[in-house]
Design a protein. Sequence first.
Length: 218
Amino acid sequence: MTRSRSTNFKLAFVITLGATFFAAAPPMSIAADSVPTGQVQLGQTIVEPAYNYLDGRPTYLLTPMNAPEKANSHAVSPLYIIVYPTDVAGVIGTVNCQHQPLDNCPDHGPAIAGLAQAMVPGVYKSGAVWGHDHILAAHPAPPSAGGDFNVAWLPVVVLFTNPAAASSHIKTITELNAAIAAGQVIQVPLPAATFNGSAVAAAAYDRGTPVPSAPPLP
């Protein structure tokens, strides 16, 4: 049976919460930096902003709607989802997917925010998730160059362990690895939410139509 990425995210959210407890606005930009934010629909695909984790440059992730996932487990790349609390909004600025005041990545933003609040409530208080960024190995990114590019993506939610650490805007794998080594973040892989997608140029995003936003729940 074919599952949409939205269904996969919700399933992974439920699975992760269980494991934890038992062990319509268009994309927004801040004028100062004009950072793109929010999902757009282009034909039968969804396109959203991201960062190339090798150099921190903007890229875009295109996902076919309702595409089945049949990837080989050895051909899956991590898609890191860095979640920021509202406390650091003034430092971080616009993120790829805003959760406040409305969620402009409605097929996964509310579930990601709920996961953050459930797992690290001291950092992500109720109603206080600012949003998240995506960082990934954009094509071409061969292992020889430090990349890990594949068509299938495994979402890995990255949560800060304390409010002070969240003031660091992570855009590269080097910065993420440093935060991991310092104990400033935890990683929550969501294998049930693995999906197919590809890194594309800004032109694809610019041609898309903003998807309707969702209330910032939970």
